[in-house]
Write a protein that binds this ligand. Sequence first.
Ligand code: IMP
Length: 195
Amino acid sequence: MKFVLASHNPKKLKEMAEILSGLGVEVVSPGELGIDLEVEETGTTFAENAMLKAKAICEAAGLPAIADDSGLCVDALNGGPGVYSARYGGEGLDDVGRYRLLLQSMRGQTTRAAHFTSAIACAFPNGDTVTAEGHVEGTIAFAPMGEGGFGYDPVFFYPPMRKTFGQMSTEEKHAISHRGKALEIFVEKLATYLK
Ligand code: IMP
């Protein structure tokens, strides 16, 4: 069975392809099907945005489509940057610029609790859907630590391991991350659905 993964990120595609091959599922990218679709993330939650993308790609491809959306929610910023995580600070900033801006916004803040969320949605041509969500709780560090990962990883401190996500190996992070948890739940639910 062929599924489209609504991502241009080759790393995400590869990871998903490996995980889903166990279910007899083959994953292709929109590009491989000649589909070039920019879906606007107009939802107010990660789950809504993931579903918007999955449904749009499913409709365009006529195949089941999987999409994800994720981001960082900081308590002291009323849950921000949240669904705006990738766009925080505007177009001109890169990952380093965004986490520097976050540290600046958190200056003087003693309440530093934060969490990452990852939402995964799968839409089928018959209208059925399968969804999953994963979270991980942590705090915003006072300065960046570690060079691993991407995005806000160097400033997301995970107390149980006394490290930021930027200081973890890929395996360490995957074992406890929002994305790792969401994927685990998703694969279980998809397996049940496909039976
Ligand atoms: P998207 O899910 O690809 O739209 O990414 C959302 C944004 O949230 C990314 O650009 C990162 O800034 C942030 N983000 C999501 N997951 C992580 C993570 O595991 N580490 C660091 N940043 C993340």
